[in-house]
Write a protein that binds this ligand. Sequence first.
Ligand code: SF4
Length: 69
Amino acid sequence: MKKFKVNDNCISCGACTAIASDVFEFNDDMQATAIEGANVLEEMNDTTKECAMDALEGCPVNAIELVEE
Ligand code: SF4
């Protein structure tokens, strides 16, 4: 399955957490992170999937990845 992940490039701009708040949140260090259990592509409904893909494509520093696990 494919999971959304956020890598260390994140500059905490807040775009992904605004676009796809069901999938991304800020952790205590104010870095965006994918919410474990809510970040599985195949388990998302169409709306959430679309928002998550928009977040991936819109991240200004390419910090969001789809990782096969
Ligand atoms: S859009 Fe990218 S840089 Fe902005 S908070 Fe999300 S992961 Fe970080």
